[in-house]
Design a protein around this ligand. Sequence first.
Ligand code: PHE
Length: 444
Amino acid sequence: MSDGRGRWTSRVGFVMAAAGSAIGLGNIWRFPYMTGKSGGFVFLIVYLAIVFTMGISVMLAEVVIGKAAQRNPVGAFAKLGGGLWPLVGFMGLTAGFIILSYYSVVAGWTIAYIFKTPLGLLNYSDPKELAEMFGKFVGDPIQPIIYHAIFMALTVLIVVSGIEKGIERWCKILIPALFLILIVLIVRAVTLPGALKGIEFYLAPDFSKIDTKVLNAALGQAFFSLSLGMGCIMTYASYFPREENAPKSVIWVVSMDTLAAFLGGLAVMPAVFAFGFDPAAGPGLTFITLPAVFARMPLGTLWAVLFFLLLFFAALTSSISILEVVVAYFVDEKGMSRKAAATLFGSMIFLLGIPSSLSLGVWGDFKIMGKVFLDFMDYLASNLMLPLGGIFISLFVGWFFWDRGLREATSEGRYPLSWVPLWKLVCRYFAPLAIAWILISGIW
Ligand code: PHE
């Protein structure tokens, strides 16, 4: 292509990069504690239902917009929709700013754990001690911010150096490796004495627990985990070879992400119960329980380092996809250089992350809507802005872009889509109405 924009080398390239964006802290850090907070199995079922109806549908909608426009989200909506539509892209950029700010803080923890483990600093098999360690570490006013800075710097570096070759190549190795190590972890976790209670909590139905809070949490989790609603997948799809099979790619990405989340839950939940933790403990869950599982494994230190290394890489392949959205906009539309845009906005996002980090320590008493700053930012972006973006993306494709969108989805009819009627219904009515209903009832 002569437009100077990159291209994935193949459909697999896109699938792996999009899966790299989707699979990250959302699956292994956020999903388990959201599940724990929101009723276990019931949350899982609601989550799956949302992913396989609205998730797939909104992702395909993002892909066809990106594929058709070959632009960043703001530019894409300006080109294809005009009027006020670019605002949807701007909301996406804002959500990206917010998400990356605290995402990088948590990703920084993974770097810290990579180093702390072989130094023997986490070598406790007593989870209570690990919990204390974790609390002390994340509550420190300096240490986690340094790791946050390191992680942000790495993200900037990769985005500056252009992402296509790097991302595609890395994701193809790292994603399968992550799956492998998750399975090893699960085998150990489910065979811990007392693990059964966790498996029951995770996999035994109690439908009396469904309420609008659970729905809202599951909706937010689905959008966060699938990287939807802010134009991330749209941006990646703008590098998609036009003749490739989009729906098939979407199904692959959604399935891989969902499998990773399910396995993430299966690795964490049994251990939570085996060690007598509260499953609703919050953002520390993964970082406290898993080291205790590792401590009970032969070659535990090695596995632990490997695991945090992979989690770090998974986080990195997600964080670059977020920064890429912001950078693509300023490069495409404002003529900034990649380097300037990535450095400037990377630094701003770093600064915005500092209060999130401090909110787990010295600023812990400062609460918005009963949430500490990190949780509030997460709630604002994931549970409100991303689903809101999903509503508009669905409406856009369902009502204003349908014929062209369908041609993009099927590559001019080359890949007939058996679920076209269903996709249309979901885009036009089901997704916007269901998301709106969940948002409104979840907030009040
Ligand atoms: N999906 C990523 C994860 O699960 C996070 C993310 C959210 C990435 C939004 C891009 C956009 O870790």
